[in-house]
Write a protein that binds this ligand. Structure first.
Ligand code: GRF
Length: 207
């Protein structure tokens, strides 16, 4: 069954672009129903428009509370029937009331090997700590930040990364493999998953 996906983002949208590419290459059996952003000028929205994907954006500035803001987001997106909401660089904290409406359907990518380095700037936290193995995690979203059950992780070495910017770039490359892998897992696309794992051997470890 083809999965229907909604994407939430706040910025440049490289993970969105990567998911679009994977769908076009038939690596994931899915379609993107809409892209939502809290930033009306997010570059990710432009990427979506380029591919004819429906976009929805709403700034939080006029809402008194985060709960009210997300109630309105719900009103805007509830007309789409989706299997998953993928957070891809979405920089707002999602309230419990919204998460409850999509139980086990909201997933997030975080640029660290959770449960280490939760919250903002996971890559810098990892670099400053001096870790030798870093990576990223796709997990279910629960009210506590970066704490839901892990779906998949990608590990890389920090070798050759002179600063946190270089480490972020290396992790981003792993993110692009990981999100596709996680969506393959969730949509039971096992055959292609094997192919993808073999293609990346020695560079990025996916689990
Ligand atoms: C990624 O590093 C992701 O892990 C984090 O935000 C960044 C989004 O990047 N949550 P992009 O907008 O997908 O390029």
């Amino acid at each position: 069954m083809k999965a229907k996906i909604g994407i939430f983002l706040s910025g440049r949208g490289s993970n969105l672009q990567n998911i679009i590419n994977a769908i076009e290459n038939q690596e994931i059996d899915a379609s993107i129903s809409y892209v939502f952003s809290n930033k009306i000028d997010a570059y990710g929205l432009k990427i979506a428009e380029k591919y004819g994907i429906k976009t929805v954006s709403l700034s939080s500035t006029t809402f008194a509370t985060n709960d009210e803001y997300f109630e309105e987001i719900y009103n805007l997106i509830s007309c789409f029937s989706i299997n998953f909401i993928c957070l891809a660089g979405f920089m707002k904290i999602i309230p419990e009331s919204f998460i409850a409406k999509f139980e086990n359907k909201i997933i997030n990518i975080h640029p660290s090997l959770l449960p280490s380095f939760k919250g903002k700037d996971g890559q810098k936290q990892a670099f400053d700590y001096g870790v030798k193995i870093a990576g990223c995690t796709v997990h279910y979203v629960v009210p506590e930040i970066d704490s839901g059950k892990i779906i998949a992780q990608a590990a890389i070495t920090t070798e050759g990364c002179e600063d946190d910017v270089a480490l972020s770039e290396k992790i981003l490359k792993a993110e692009h493999y990981l999100y596709v892998y996680a969506l393959q897992k969730l949509t039971n696309n096992k055959k292609i998953t094997e192919k993808r794992i073999n293609a990346m051997k020695d560079e990025i470890l996916l689990y």
